[in-house]
Design a binder for this molecule. Structure first.
Ligand SMILES: [Fe+2]
Length: 129
């Protein structure tokens, strides 16, 4: 799991047109406090594009259903992200920029919920009748 930034970077290497995105792919799991991976970069040594992708990726993960929990609302996601940013995971400024964009309606947030098993079965049955 922790190897995917390196694998992604390697996959992009032979494609000249992807040269500029390679640092983003490689460093999107770094943390501002240096406890991320794969290169344990700190603060401004993490490319800005990678820092942006980190914040957006975390927001997307929190607002999507996972096998172990339901998708969170954007507001619940902001609370968690502000806390993680304070702990040094990623940029508090970028989190606030994302919150602002959301407040101003400049980004569309699709909370992705997988229908519950019961709803899926009911839906399938109604299609058959
Ligand atoms: Fe990732």
């Amino acid at each position: 799991m922790k190897r995917h930034p390196l694998i992604g970077d390697e996959l992009c290497r032979p494609v000249k047109s992807l040269e500029a995105v390679r640092p983003i792919v490689r460093h999107h799991h770094e943390r501002l406090d240096g406890r991320g991976y794969p290169d344990h970069l700190c603060g401004d040594r993490i490319p800005l594009g990678a820092q942006i992708v980190t914040v957006v990726d975390v927001f997307d993960a929190l607002t999507s259903d996972r096998p172990y929990r339901r998708a969170l609302s954007p507001e619940a996601a902001w609370r968690i992200m502000r806390s993680e940013a304070r702990e040094g995971a990623y940029s508090p400024d970028l989190v606030e920029r994302l919150v602002d964009l959301h407040r101003r309606g400049e980004i569309e947030v699709a909370v992705r919920r997988v229908p519950s098993r019961r709803r899926r079965i009911a839906k399938a049955r109604s299609r058959r009748s």
